[in-house]
Design a protein around this ligand. Structure first.
Ligand code: OAD
Length: 274
């Protein structure tokens, strides 16, 4: 970070801290976990870029595909899950957790990541809104109960065995016998309040004095609405991403765009907010 950028960030933090009645909202994406060793989605080694021999992930991670070939959806999900299990939160997650401890109820984390690294780093789980789901939870694929019940990962899914035995009894819903599905938002599904923190996220950002965006390409609709809302409400916007993303322009106008890795900026932010 240049001395000028540091000065600007410091001024934003000071103004935010003086406000007292506003929130700091983090909006995080796959770029935050890249420094843990997890591939992003749209980067050159990303899940969505690499695709698979038979189908693109955009085809597979859909309700339509789930209904016809659930084993293919599980295969992709387990690939992601095993990468999450093999790695750990990094200094960026640790810094956000430190800020959460400093600010307490003034802090919210809205994350697109399903890796649960924010909670593992020490964020208060009640202040982490996982808008795309949670890799260590499943639910009934038939939506047989309302409100939907989130369940821990079945042993057969969690196991490091490369092949998933689709006849395992633990893959079945105990209520209706249908297949359990990953608790993740598919491409052809909509955000909602019950499972994906839609209203909570929008309410949090309406109260934001500072929105810090970390490591997202900005390709999904709720994050776009979150940034737009913060912008309309007049919050400071800080965007951290080594590659320019669609939010950089708003950040330059209302705060700061920082073209650096999350792990280079977030420890500094934690010091400035202490
Ligand atoms: P993407 O893979 O689309 O974008 C990752 C962003 O992180 C890119 O803009 C990178 O430039 C940036 N990045 C890479 N390394 C970084 C680092 N060290 N520090 C900061 N930024 C870095 O991931 P998302 O935007 O999170 O949804 O993707 C959003 C959603 O699209 C995902 O949650 C997933 C996918 O479809 C679901 O699975 C429902």
């Amino acid at each position: 970070m240049t001395p000028e950028q540091h000065e600007q960030l410091e001024a934003i933090c000071k103004t935010f801290l003086a406000q007292r009645n506003t929130n700091l909202v983090f909006l995080t994406g796959a770029g935050l976990s890249a420094e843990s060793g997890l591939p992003t989605f749209r980067g050159s080694d990303g899940y969505w870029t690499m695709g698979s021999v038979n189908y693109t992930p955009q085809e597979v991670a859909t309700l339509a595909f789930w209904e016809h070939q659930p084993w293919v959806v599980w295969k992709l999900t387990r690939h992601l899950l095993h990468a999450i299990q093999k790695n750990d939160p990094n200094i960026g997650h640790d810094s956000i957790a430190r800020i959460d401890r400093i600010l307490g109820d003034r802090c919210r984390v809205i994350t697109q990541n399903v890796d649960a690294y924010h909670q593992a780093a020490g964020n208060d789980p009640d202040r982490v809104y996982e808008i795309h789901g949670h890799a260590f939870q499943v639910r009934c694929g038939e939506d047989c109960q309302y409100p939907p019940k989130l369940l821990p990962l079945p042993a057969s899914v969690a196991s490091p065995e490369p092949e998933l035995d689709m006849s395992s009894a633990d893959l079945r819903c105990q209520n209706c016998g249908g297949f359990l599905r990953p608790h993740a938002l598919f491409f052809d599904e909509l955000y909602n309040d019950e499972l994906y923190y839609l209203r909570k996220s929008l309410n949090a950002v309406r109260k934001a004095g500072l929105l810090v965006i970390v490591g997202t390409a900005g390709a999904t609709t709720l994050p776009q609405e979150i940034v737009e809302t913060a912008y309309e409400k007049g919050a400071f916007i800080v965007d951290i991403n080594p590659d320019r993303d669609p939010f950089a322009e708003k950040a330059e106008e209302r705060g700061l765009y920082l073209p650096y890795k999350a792990g280079e900026v977030l420890p500094v932010l934690a010091l400035l907010l202490a």
